[in-house]
Design a protein around this ligand. Sequence first.
Ligand SMILES: O=C(O)c1ccccc1NCC(=O)[C@H](O)[C@H](O)COP(=O)(O)O
Length: 308
Amino acid sequence: MTFMYHRPAMTYSPEGTEQFPDPEIPETTTPPIKDPEAETAADRSDVLARICARTRVDIEQRSQIMSLKEITARAREVTVPTRGFGQALQHLTADRQVGLIAEIKKASPSAGILRPDYNPVEIAQEYQAAGATCLSVLTEGSCFHGSTDDIRAVREACSLPILRKDFILDPWQVHESRLIGADCILLIMAILTETQAAELIAIARGLDMDVLLEVHDEAELNRALALDTFLIGINNRNLRTLKTDIQTTIDLAPLVPPDRLVVSESGIRTQDDMMKVGAVGASAVLVGESLLREPDPGVAARRLLGFV
Ligand SMILES: O=C(O)c1ccccc1NCC(=O)[C@H](O)[C@H](O)COP(=O)(O)O
């Protein structure tokens, strides 16, 4: 069976001209953990389980303020077109280039606080000027110190397609993603059954968003390939130990059929890393920490892309 790539119309709008409705989505109830390093050092192994548990509580509380029915209706009313995340990556593949999805986050469980003076808009503009193909914005609050406001602000200031990087478990969050201006959502096979993933994919499609389906091992990859989705993210990070190894992409990318597009995620530090994952079929890399640790993430992105 040849995979049929559903694709929303690609529309790059000039900055600041898109008007998203303001549906007054209830704010998250999970405050940031003040020192993620201290917490994860004590208990790294179940960080994923803890993030998911917090997320479930958060959705439960917020959906009591704005019901699933209401947020669904509001998301369906959005008329601003999505920006074609998958299509932007597909164009690169045609040119045999490895694209950069440049990530914006203040902190992570493995790295702690990356940028105390976090300014997502400034970083996004630097990445765009440096030649990134797409952006990834962390919106998870408790461990990554992100917020849905970060996507809204970045979208206003940049024209690149945006991935909402979060721990999406529930249809409520998919509708929320469209309302805040995401063009693509991340779904993580390690935390979803096939049935759940299929439901979330169908909702995202219905709202014209792309889906990046993340896997870390062969079993997850096989489950992902059974689903109707084009973008396969191979996460080089083991989400239990939090260690990264690009050998994960080197092992798994050759198993992905050529009608899918591979994104290699996490632990990419150098051009050499990019070339290694490109050589086994990755069309793009998703890079955060190694850029955000630098004083000027835009210069670091240029260096990674070989422009300086
Ligand atoms: O980064 C973490 O510590 C982490 C912990 C638990 C779940 C997810 C986590 N990271 C998400 C990611 O995979 C990265 O944000 C993304 O792939 C970029 O990776 P990097 O370039 O290594 O920042």
